[in-house]
Structures are given as C-alpha cells and as structure tokens.
Design a binder for this molecule. Structure first.
Ligand SMILES: [Zn+2]
Ligand SMILES: [Zn+2]
Length: 166
C-alpha cells in the first residue's frame, strides 16, 4: 500500500471521497377493472388506470485510489407516481369496485431510467465536481480536486459541462 493520497480536502483535510449514485427506475403500471356479473356489459372493460411509478434508488461507496467506485450499499429512497390517467367506461361498476377487483400489471422501462452521480468529501460532505475517463460516464471517476486531475483527459459529468468550459 502506498501512503500517497489522491485527494486532500482543502477545507477539512480529509483524504476520502464518497460517490453517490441516484437512479430513478421507471415502470409503467396499468390497472384494469371489468364489469361485474350483474351489469349489462358484464365482463367488458369498466375502467382503466394508467400511470408511471418511479422508484428512486440511491447507492454509495468510496472512490478508491484507482478512481473506481465500489458500490457498498443501495437503498430505496422513495416511490412516486406520475402521469396518472383514469378512464371510466362504466360508472356503476367503477363505483361498486374496491381495490381487490382491479387487475394490476406493470412493465419496467430500463431505457428510461435517470441516473445521476455525485462526489462528496467524506470528511465535510462538500460536493466536488468531477469528470469521467471515457465519454458517456465510462471508466474512472476524476474529481477535479484530485492531484492527478487533467481536464484535457477527462469527460465532464453532464451537470458540470458549463464550469468545465471555463
Ligand atoms: Zn358495468
Ligand atoms: Zn472536506
């Protein structure tokens, strides 16, 4: 092990960096209700509810000396819903129904997940700008305050593109 530090915080003197990764996983949900047996249109669609469910996950871990992020833990932070849409075909059956009568289905949408990365000083929690060694967030993570940081050799994290231009 070398005693060389890739990072020394200018505020608190800490040497450790922590990477946090946020991911919003989206799925499309559908709930369908069919008319009850005593309805004139028994068995036909009575109502349909469509919405998007978003599960916000966060995982974090240290950034090692080779600028790789090792994922240590992952947690579901919150779940929220968007684009809710309800269509009622049969008013009576919709009123009479409770949650048990609805048929639920969902479909994950992997292409539509939103991912964000953050780098923080592990000592004082200050956010630190960074880039990647390859385009499209590939390879290693290069925080701008690291000794070996070279802006010409790294690709900015999309959020920091503007300050990189300076
Ligand atoms: Zn009905
Ligand atoms: Zn610090």
């Amino acid at each position: 092990m070398s005693s060389h530090f890739i990072f020394t915080c200018k505020d608190c003197g800490a040497h450790d960096l922590r990477v946090v990764r946020h991911e919003n996983r989206k799925s499309y949900c559908k709930e369908e209700l069919v008319c009850f047996d005593d309805c004139g249109s028994a068995g036909e669609l009575a109502a349909i509810k469509e919405y998007q469910r978003i599960d916000a996950y966060e995982c974090w871990g240290p950034l090692d000396e080779d600028h790789h992020f090792t994922k240590e833990e992952e947690e579901l932070i919150e779940t929220f819903y968007e684009d809710e849409n309800l269509q009622i075909v049969c008013e009576d059956c919709h009123k009479a129904a409770d949650q048990r009568h609805w048929h639920f289905s969902e479909e994950m949408d992997d292409d539509d997940s939103e991912i964000e990365f953050y780098v923080h000083c592990d000592g004082c929690d200050r956010e630190i700008e960074f880039g990647w060694s390859h385009p499209d967030r590939g390879g290693r993570i290069w925080p701008v305050e690291c000794e070996d940081f070279d802006p010409w050799k790294s690709w900015p994290e999309p959020r920091f593109k503007e300050s990189y231009a300076k």
